[in-house]
Design a protein. Structure first.
Length: 529
């Protein structure tokens, strides 16, 4: 098919990234392991209500968890195929970005550049291999964006199918946050309305209907789930996910400008390419530029006002940035002399990064990156130095070749990073699979599994645990439990020194910035100290 041929490089980049992640990466606590735990408990309990450690989990809607269960239904319960769920949706995002580009400009070259840029933007590539919500949410946002463009051109029937699907799917994926990406573009229609576009009155009527239909789609799950999840769960998903969470989000725990310095990393490596910055003067005169500007700026402004800031909240904005950059690059001069050095800033960055990694073992640091041996740093450092050197000597004869060269270099960077994490002690700090399997064996032997402190389901799926852990949050409750139960396995962190009994330690491993420790108590006992 022509479409697959046009996007074969982006698809190759995504597939190679997913394969590398499957082979080398653990599932990262606490987010990935938590979401897998929720999906696992939904499967065990045949529940439409998300569950975590035996209790309703109201922080996220069910769509990602249902996708994981669908994967297990098709391939059986396994870990190897799961990372291809976000990869699949990332590929769908490539397809939708191409359609949006063609709707805006009807230019195959721009569409090809946009898909290549999106697939090789490093932060997007990283999130495409993680069990998270943002790539899936981006798909529904793009469906809605394409629906809005269809409506603006007069195709209201298509819009009335796609926009409600976008809103309903977004609500079921990550909740009301989907409105932050869709509604500003809709409300500001008058700023980018095409010539001979849909009348403003019909536009807002169409949008109002789409919101109601989209909400109704989400309620098909929310109402039965609320009835089954209990009063607290019902209050949370019908109120806390909307007004309650919105009100508490304007406390500004991070400053308003927090996202601004993050944008350079968000758009790497394309932010270092000179043509990226050309063409912005067209925003005032070009409706397509203005449409993308509204999409990007509204997203940044809204999430800057919300205190709970994370870099991945801006992932659904990246297709807009990719489209804008693609338009700028496509309009750049096509002479060989103008293209010859456009990739030099990226080459310089990779070379400097290689040098910094090589020098890292001689810098005293603490935390997860501390104590990296020189022998471990040599391999990734050499890889980045070689990559930078190869880019310096590359002679792209056209913009097409330049685009492909930089895109493949992003894939190389990600694979080097995956290899470093997956084959070093740094990655081992996040791999809880061995401990989780041990907990499974102890649970089958009849031990009570007790976790001290906050528990995020780190061991539920990795250990295929069939019963919740007992979670205790203070020393008195631990003492009381150990004094009244036999055959207890107590899981704690090394920072919880007051409850650690060295004589009973049967297992410990490095975990994130410290250690996780397991103690076995066969008889009733009270901790001392």
């Amino acid at each position: 098919m022509k479409i697959l041929n046009d996007i074969k490089l982006p698809l190759l980049i995504l597939t190679a990234s997913g394969a590398a992640a499957v082979c080398l990466l653990p599932f990262f606590p606490v987010d990935e392991t938590r979401y897998l735990a929720v999906a696992w408990e939904m499967k065990l309990n045949h529940s439409i209500v998300p569950l975590l450690n035996g209790s309703p989990y109201s922080h996220k809607p069910p769509f990602l968890f249902l996708l994981i269960n669908l994967d297990w239904l098709i391939f059986g319960v396994n870990e190897k195929t799961l990372r291809f769920i976000p990869v699949l949706f990332s590929a769908l995002n490539i397809f939708m970005t191409r359609k949006i580009a063609l709707a805006l400009w009807k230019d195959e070259k721009i569409a090809g550049y946009a898909t290549t840029i999106l697939a090789s933007t490093l932060i997007y590539l990283v999130w495409s291999i993680l069990i998270m919500f943002d790539i899936v949410l981006t798909f529904f946002v793009l469906v809605g964006i394409y629906g809005l463009l269809s409506a603006a051109s007069g195709n209201v029937k298509t819009a009335l199918c796609l926009v409600p699907l976008s809103i309903g799917g977004g609500l079921l994926t990550k909740g009301p946050v989907v409105f932050a990406y869709i509604l500003p573009i809709s409300i500001l229609y008058f700023t980018w309305k095409p010539e001979n576009g849909l009348k403003t009155s019909r536009w807002y009527l169409m949008m109002l209907g789409s919101v109601f239909i989209g909400a109704a789609i989400a309620l098909l799950w929310a109402i039965p789930a609320a009835m089954r999840g209990g009063e607290a769960y019902r209050q949370s998903i019908l109120w806390g996910q909307t007004v309650g969470r919105l009100v508490s989000s304007f406390a500004h725990r991070h400053p308003v400008w927090w996202y601004i310095p993050m944008l350079s990393g968000l758009l790497f490596p394309w932010i270092l390419v000179k043509p990226t910055w050309r063409g912005f003067s067209m925003i005032q005169h070009n409706k397509s530029y203005r449409f993308l500007a509204v999409w990007m700026l509204a997203t940044i402004i809204i999430f800057s006002l919300i205190s709970g800031k994370q870099i991945h909240y801006l992932i659904p904005m990246l297709p807009a940035a990719s489209l804008l950059i693609a338009k700028n690059i496509a309009g750049f001069g096509a002479k060989i002399s103008e293209n010859a050095k456009l990739h030099y800033p990226v080459a310089i960055f990779y070379t400097m990064l290689g040098g910094l990694i090589l020098g890292a073992p001689f810098i005293k640091t603490s935390g997860n990156l501390g104590d990296i041996p020189f022998g471990v740093a040599v391999m990734p450092a050499a890889a980045f130095l070689c990559l930078g050197g190869m880019l310096f000597f590359a002679k792209p004869l056209s913009l097409d070749t330049l685009m492909k060269t930089l895109a493949v270099s992003s894939l190389a960077v990600l694979i080097v990073a995956i290899g470093f994490v997956g084959s070093t002690k740094f990655g081992n700090r996040y791999d809880l699979s061995h401990l989780a399997r041990m907990l499974n064996e102890k649970q089958k032997e009849g031990y009570h599994l007790v976790h001290y402190g906050e528990y995020h389901g780190q061991y539920q799926f990795l250990g295929r645990l069939t019963q919740p852990l007992i979670v205790l949050k203070n020393k008195a409750s631990v003492d009381a439990y150990l004094n009244s139960h036999q055959h207890v396995l107590l899981i704690a962190r090394d920072k919880h020194k007051k409850i650690i009994n060295k004589n009973n330690i049967i297992y410990q491993q490095r975990y994130r910035g410290g250690k996780v420790i397991v103690m076995e108590f066969s008889d009733k006992i009270q901790l001392s100290g």
